[in-house]
Design a protein around this ligand. Sequence first.
Ligand code: FES
Ligand SMILES: [Fe+2]
Length: 415
Amino acid sequence: MLSREENELLTRVGPGTAMGYLMRCYWIPALLSEEISSADGAPVRVRLLGEDLVAFRDSQGRVGLLGEHCAHRGTSLFFGRNEQCGLRCIYHGWKYDVDGHVLETPAEPAESDYRSKLRHIAYPCQEIAGIVFTYMGVPEKMPLIPRYEWAELQPRQMFAVKSLLECNYLQGIEGDFDSSHTSFLHNNDINNAERLKRDGAPTLEAEETGYGMRAISIRKFGTEQIYVRTSPYIMPSFSIVPGPPTAKFEEDDIRGFRFWVPIDDGFTWLYILNMRKKPFADEERKALRSWTDGEYRRKRNRHNDYLINRELQRTRIYSGIEAINPAEQDGCATESMGPIFDRSKEHLAYSDKTIIALRKMLLNALDGLARGQEPAHVIRQESERDFLRLRSAKAILPTGTDWCKVMEGLGENDA
Ligand code: FES
Ligand SMILES: [Fe+2]
C-alpha cells in the first residue's frame, strides 16, 4: 500500500504537480495522425496532462498543438479557421502558426507591432507510426525520442488503436506490470486443458533498467516445463506486453507497444501500437479497432457494465466479458476501482511484488527530480537513442533451464 500522500504524488499529473513535471520530461502521444488527416482540415480538441489544447494540420502538412484559448480574450481556437498556414480565431481574427507566433491581429491599427511581443502556448510535435508525439516540458530541456522497434517498421506493419480509459493512468499501466492477473482476468476458456497446466501463482521478479523496469514472471507449465514472460515498463508510462505463449512474431504474433497517456487525473488515453512483421490487411485493421467507436470510446465501458454476460462467466469465460482485445477486460478491472483508487486501502500480497517495485521506482524518480536529478531514459545524445531491440519476451522451457540466458536471447538482445 501507499500512504495517501504518495498516492497523490504518483497520480496527479496537471501543471505544477511532481508527476506532471516528470511526464513533461518526455515525448508523449498527443493524438493519432488520422484525427487531423488533411491539411487545412478541421482542428480537434486535445486534453493532455490536464491542459486544454487544439491540434491542427496547416497548409504545408505541419502539425500544430496550441493552447485552446486565444491569447487575445480566450475564445476557443477549436472553432478557428484553419487557413493559409495558420489557425485564425473567429472572434477578432488573430492568427497563429504551429510554433505559436501571432501572425496577424487584423483588428489592431495597421502600424501596431503588438503581435510581435506575444507568443502563444505551442508544443512541438513529431509524427511517427501514425501517432503525433509532443513535448510539453521546458523548451531548453527537450530530449530526443528513443528509437524503439517501431522506428524501423514500415507503416503497413503497424497500426495504432486509441481507446479511452475512464480512470487514472497509473491504474491502467499497473495492469501491464502485473503478470499474475493474466491467469484469471484473461482466461477466456476456463475448461481449456492447456491453460489449466499453467500455474496461477507465478514467481515474480522486477529489475531496474536504463529505460525503467523489467517485470519477469515464471510459471510452472505442467510438471516438466516452465513458462517465462518478461515485460518492460518504459519511462514515463509506456509498456510492451507479450502475446500468447506460442505465437511467433514472424507469423501471427501481434506485439503491442502501449502508451498510457493521462488526459487529466481521472481519464487516460491508451494507445496500442500493434506491430507485426507480416503487413496488416485493411480487414485486419478494421478488426483491431472494432472494440472502439468513432470517438475512440470503448464499446464495452463502465456505463454498460462492460456488457458482462453471467452465463458465459459461469460456463466459459472467467470474467464474463467476451473481449476482442484483452484491454476490454483490463478496463473493467481498473476503471471499477474508481477514478483514482485510494491505495492506502489496499492489501498488497506476493503477487504485487512487481507493482510494489514499480511504485518505488517512480517515487524515487520524483524524489530525484525534486533534487534536480534528471529521471531515467531522458535521451540527450544520438548514441543513446537505440532501443530497437527492446521488447517483451516469452518462452516455454524445460524445467531447470537457465531461463535468464534464454530470455536475454529472446528479448532486449534479440537479433
Ligand atoms: S478572442 Fe481571439 S481574436 Fe479576440
Ligand atoms: Fe491485462
